[in-house]
Design a protein around this ligand. Structure first.
Ligand SMILES: [Mn+2]
Length: 279
């Protein structure tokens, strides 16, 4: 099994170049670029940053594998009752497919459109609408991803609503019916929703194209390193094997407490050694 990490494991505690150098040294060759690396309200600034990062990354023996698209407010804008707001949010999301292509990454990780309670709709209607919107979005994204030679991965969300369960993701995969759309398995998000990550991975067999490996106490989305929470990692590694997942496993931890970069590096070594022994 191959391993990698979101550069968020060390960035911005370390600068971008130092972070990339450490990952190269640790042979964590598969990297994810977080949204935070490019975050700006001005599209021209994002584009300039994409060009800059692509240029910097070229001098390292690393494989930029995943890019995390914009998330947060955009997820709610995508389900706005206002067609203008929805359209502009979706166009903004589509730009990330171009950024992925410019960065040379294979997979763009996205969050689904999120539901909001409505003055005018009952909850069952809100749910029906959010499913219809997400189905139409993944179909559009599939076409654009194909044009740009990338894959869009819908991540299981932390919030306990549509796309938090494997069944929701399977619904979208069947609706998209495209090799350019898949699933990003976030182990921590399944765990906070009391969904056993190993069971979820087995259910999603054949559709997994990206991964976010992190741990938590089962209650809060703590983004801890594997073995620091209550996830059964032996079970998770067995499930990836059973699901026939052949892509890299990518850590997505980093925001935990005051760990020094040196201790993060040691944690990455120990955890990778442990998980490799189970793979
Ligand atoms: Mn994630």
């Amino acid at each position: 099994m191959r391993f990698g990490a979101d550069i968020w494991v060390l960035y911005p505690k370390l600068g971008l170049e130092d972070t990339l150098r450490v990952m190269e040294d640790l042979e964590l060759r598969y990297i994810e670029y977080p949204y935070e690396l490019f975050k700006s309200s001005r599209p021209e600034d994002v584009e300039a940053r994409v060009a800059e990062v692509a240029d910097v990354a070229e001098s390292y023996n690393l494989i930029p594998y995943q890019l995390h698209a914009e998330y947060g407010d955009i997820c709610f804008e995508l389900s706005s009752p206002d067609e203008g707001v929805r359209g502009s949010a979706f166009r903004r999301l589509c730009r990330w497919i171009e950024y992925a292509s410019k960065l040379g990454v294979r997979v763009l990780v996205v969050h689904a459109a999120f539901p909001r309670p409505s003055l005018d709709m009952r909850y069952d209607e809100v749910v029906k609408r959010i499913i219809e919107l997400n189905v139409s979005y993944v179909r559009e994204l599939a076409k654009l991803a194909e044009d740009h030679g990338v894959i869009v991965a819908v991540e299981n969300c932390m919030e306990p609503w549509f796309c938090s369960s494997p069944q929701d993701l399977l619904l979208l995969m069947e609706a998209a019916a495209s090799e350019h759309v898949g699933v990003c398995v976030d182990t921590g998000h399944f765990n906070v929703n009391s969904i056993n990550p190993a069971d979820a991975i087995r259910r999603l067999s054949g559709y997994i194209v990206a991964t976010h490996l992190h741990d938590n106490d089962g209650r809060h989305d703590q983004h801890l390193p594997p073995l620091s929470g209550n996830i059964d990692w032996r079970g998770v590694m067995g499930a990836f094997r059973e699901a026939g997942y052949e892509g890299p496993l990518i850590y997505e931890f980093g925001s935990f407490g005051g760990q020094s970069p040196r201790n993060v590096v040691e944690t990455l070594k120990l955890v990778t050694e442990y998980l490799k022994a189970l793979a």
